[in-house]
Design a protein around this ligand. Structure first.
Ligand code: ANZ
Ligand code: ZN
Length: 828
């Protein structure tokens, strides 16, 4: 054994040995409980992995390694989200076909993951762009289609000109494309949608059944945006026309002083009076140019124009001016509102601007009757509301809803912010949508025995730019006969967005080689749901919502027996690195900023185990970290210390220590206490993803072993400590520990060992007698646990009745604590 710790002499060697032994192969053997640890499906990019990605993979790996040592059959698979825009855009930029770039990037990712020692079962690798996989993505599309959950519609879609494709609502961030940042426009193109709105309630309610970060659950609930209210009809005065409004605050209906239609509302053209027409048309044109986000923003000035028409409030018959204003959106509720300026801030601002009346109908407690200076949106007592006056506003809400339902002017409804999931893309690099358009039979599914619809291998896959997919330019692909009538028909040429591929991959891992069905239901029953799912919080809405939706559809189709795919979710923190342009400042690690640190660099300098240790130690798992080379070097020095410690002690290591742990002295007992406490704490910390505290106690423990090795030479407690240390550290630093395991005379791998047993008796703190003195005179003694710290001893002494009695009427001047022995209270 070399005196120095030289990782390159051990790491590649062990990685090879693990591979040959198929150490990480997942099996269903032995009736053991399973553990399924999964990382988010990565898209293999040409940039390769950074140490930022490793903050995802390393912690999951430690947990999986820990679970193997705790009697679980562990499945820890990896695959590639290889289809989709990013891969295609990158291929275009590099002027190389994605068929070529993707495999090269995958090879690089695989190499890097192995370099870091991640324990993947590579026999289960899947690639979403390979026909044996996307055959089943297509099959699931058809499952949705056959269940009435996939449809084609010509609604205006979000169009990104720079990506030359439409985008799902979830892919539009602040009005811009989530991939390229280009502003998104609306374009009328027939598109395929998945009817995720049918599942809105279940997607919101079932969040109660999973163990996920609260923030992510909240974002999903907000995105679904369930809102309960009342929809009622408002007739237009002097005509037979009417429109519907949606309100969540029907208790304020008597306070309505005007009503507003969205500028896009179909009624606008019909009811606008000739005098108002010019202003209304100008306003409608202007609203078209303003994004929804801006229209809703509180910063956006409340504008609008009068239509010349009046609407009737059905509860009191009042005629109220009808406006159009851009703060009312066409796509939400019914695209029209009752405006209550006293109790809604947008309506308040608008009323102030247009000089419209503000009628208070809910009185705050202790209100003096003076004018409101802003909308009052809290509950209160009803007034100016006819028969409902004097009621509490909360009770009035259901009373008025009842009244409306009884008088058939309105009814209770639930609205959702969630829209159907737009799945078609006018791009090449995706799974072709398996539909054939027949002039006679309509949209016909490609028969199962003709799946997959293989993506043609073409030279020119660049977007056409005219809103059609490049596949539309390939006559051999397009022209087919109808599976139903045999007549001339044409194939759908749109492909599916990448989020379809990642909506079921976690099921495929259970039986990745099945070729006559998407998965083996028995295997899925064993392995699923995923026990721990780890990845970045940026997928809070999109991927997680879509995967949950597909899971529920499969449940409804009796394909699986669970309703949520991911029992427990963890989001790692980001990694910041020094800004090369501003020394001393830290920014997000990114290629464009030129501050990416790769695992390759760190491994070649310090080894994989140091990288693993540092990433876990530097901060709590879910916090943003600042990458510091000094910190990495410190981690490396610690592993050197472990190396030398075991090196020094291996000569006296006694494999039969367990039988000799009797008649121990205080030092030996203290060491054993630490050994067992740390073993228990690390087990607990790993399962809670509290890796930084786990590493911290291991470091304390190593210090104590150093301290003890000369005090208790040859002790069985030292042999025990060393053996435990090698096992407890092994999920974190597996290469080092496998090497040390061998050095202390064992064979095989630490992964094949059981997590060391915690001896509760050895762990229990021993009692110690502490003498209590007042002004140097012995007055009493107390019994405390051995590890009681100075602060606690001082507090115990000062509160002790005997001490209080002997220092009565005096002022305490000083407290002297001799740890493990005495406390002397000096008072006069
Ligand atoms: C009258 C009222 C009085 C309202 C009051 C609120 C407070 P959520 O919770 O998001 O569902 N609204 C309805 N349809 C709208 C649309 N298409 N565009 C913009 N705003 C719309 O919000 C529902 C509330 O938002 C509704 O309740 C309506 O204003 C407004 F003191 O009706 B309310
Ligand atoms: Zn046909």
């Amino acid at each position: 054994m070399d005196e120095r710790y030289i990782p390159e002499q051990i790491e590649a060697k062990w990685q090879q040995a693990w591979k040959e032994a198929k150490l990480f192969k997942a099996t269903e053997e032995g009736g053991k409980p399973k553990f399924y640890g999964l990382d988010f499906f990565p898209y293999p990019s040409g940039n390769g992995l950074s140490v930022g990605h490793c903050r995802n993979y390393i912690p999951t790996d430690v947990l999986c390694r820990f679970m193997r040592m705790n009697g679980r059959n562990v499945m820890h698979p990896m695959g590639w989200d290889a289809f989709g825009l990013p891969a295609e855009n990158e291929a275009i930029k590099k002027n190389s076909h994605p068929n070529k770039t993707v495999p090269a990037y995958i090879a690089n990712y695989t190499r890097q993951m192995n370099l870091v020692g991640i324990s993947f079962d590579w026999e289960r690798e899947v690639n979403s762009s390979s026909p044996d996989y996307y055959k089943w993505t297509q099959w699931f599309f058809l499952l949705l289609f056959k269940r009435g959950l996939a449809y084609r519609s010509g609604a205006p879609a979000n169009w990104c000109g720079s990506c030359s494709t439409v985008l799902a609502n979830e892919e539009v961030e602040n009005g811009n494309c989530w991939r390229c940042g280009n502003p998104v426009e609306k374009k009328n193109l027939p598109q395929w949608f998945f009817k995720i709105t049918d599942y809105a309630d279940r997607l919101a309610d079932d969040l109660d059944t999973v163990d996920w970060p609260d923030g992510i659950k909240m974002m999903q609930r907000n995105w679904i945006g369930r809102s309960e209210g009342v929809q009622f009809t408002m007739p237009i005065a002097g005509s037979d026309k009417s429109f519907e409004v949606f309100t969540t605050r029907v208790d304020t209906v008597f306070g309505m002083s005007f009503a507003v239609l969205a500028p896009e509302h179909p009624l606008v053209a019909e009811i606008t009076t000739p005098e108002c027409l010019a202003a209304v048309e100008d306003y409608v044109a202007e609203a078209k140019r303003t994004s929804e986000i801006d229209r809703l923003s509180t910063e956006h000035e409340r504008t609008g124009v009068f239509t010349g028409a009046y609407a009737i409030n059905p509860v009191n018959g009042q005629e109220l001016p009808l406006f159009i204003a851009d703060y009312v959106l066409a796509g939400y509720g019914s695209g029209a509102i009752m405006a209550v300026p006293a109790h809604d801030s947008r309506d308040y601002d608008f009323a102030k601007q247009q000089n419209l009346p503000i009628t208070v109908v809910i009185r705050p407690d202790g209100w003096d009757g003076s004018d409101f200076t802003e909308a009052y949106t809290e509950p209160g007592t009803m007034m100016n509301s006819g028969e409902f006056d004097g009621m509490g506003s909360i009770a009035a809400k259901s009373a008025i809803a009842d009244w409306m339902e009884a008088h058939k002017v309105g009814h209770r409804v639930v609205n959702y912010r969630l829209r159907d999931w737009l799945i078609s893309r006018q791009r090449y690099w995706g799974a072709p949508i398996p539909i054939i358009h027949c002039p006679k039979c309509g949209a016909v599914p490609v028969p199962d025995d003709q799946l997959p619809v293989v993506l043609p291998d073409v030279e020119n896959y660049k977007p056409t730019g005219d809103g059609r997919s490049p596949l539309a330019l390939i006559p051999d692909f397009v022209n087919v006969s109808c599976p139903l009538c045999g007549g001339l028909a044409s194939r759908e040429t749109d492909t599916m967005g990448g989020f379809a591929c990642s909506s079921w991959y976690f099921l495929r891992f259970a039986s990745p080689k099945e070729d006559d069905r998407p998965f083996d239901p028995e295997k899925v029953k064993y392995w699923l749901p995923v026990d721990t799912y780890v990845g970045g919080a940026e997928h809070a809405v999109m991927h997680l919502l879509y995967a949950r939706f597909w899971t529920k559809v499969m449940y409804d189709a009796d394909l699986i027996d669970f309703i949520e795919p991911f029992s427990n979710l963890k989001n790692q923190g980001m990694v910041l690195a020094p800004d090369p342009k501003n020394p001393g400042t830290m920014i997000k690690m990114s290629k464009s900023k030129g501050n990416v640190i790769t695992p390759d660099e760190v491994v070649s300098k310090f080894g994989a185990d140091t990288l693993r240790l540092y990433e876990l130690f530097v901060a709590p798992f879910d916090q943003t970290i600042e990458w510091r080379d000094e910190g990495v070097a410190g981690g490396n020095r610690f592993l050197g210390r472990v190396w030398r410690l075991v090196g020094e002690l291996r000569g006296s290591f006694d494999g039969k220590y367990a039988k000799k742990l009797t008649d121990l002295d205080a030092n030996e007992r203290a060491l054993r206490r630490k050994t067992h406490q740390v073993t228990a704490k690390v087990a607990d910390d790993i399962q809670r993803f509290s890796y930084n505290t786990a590493v911290a106690v291991i470091m304390e423990w190593v210090n104590l072993i150093y301290d003890m090795k000369s005090k208790i030479p040859g002790s069985p407690a030292l042999s025990e400590a060393i053996e435990y240390l090698v096992l407890v550290l092994s999920p974190i630093c597996p290469h080092l520990c496998d090497e040390l395991w061998q050095e202390i005379g064992h064979t095989g791998f630490t992964q094949k060992q059981n997590w060391p047993k915690v001896d509760e008796d050895a762990m229990a703190a021993e009692a110690l007698t502490i003498v209590l003195q007042v002004n140097g005179k012995l007055r009493d003694n107390i019994s405390v646990p051995v590890d009681t710290d100075q602060q606690t001893l001082e507090e115990l002494a000062l509160a002790h009745p005997t001490v209080l009695r002997f220092s009565e009427g005096m002022t305490v001047r000083k407290v002297i604590v001799v740890p493990g022995k005495l406390v002397n209270v000096v008072a006069n």
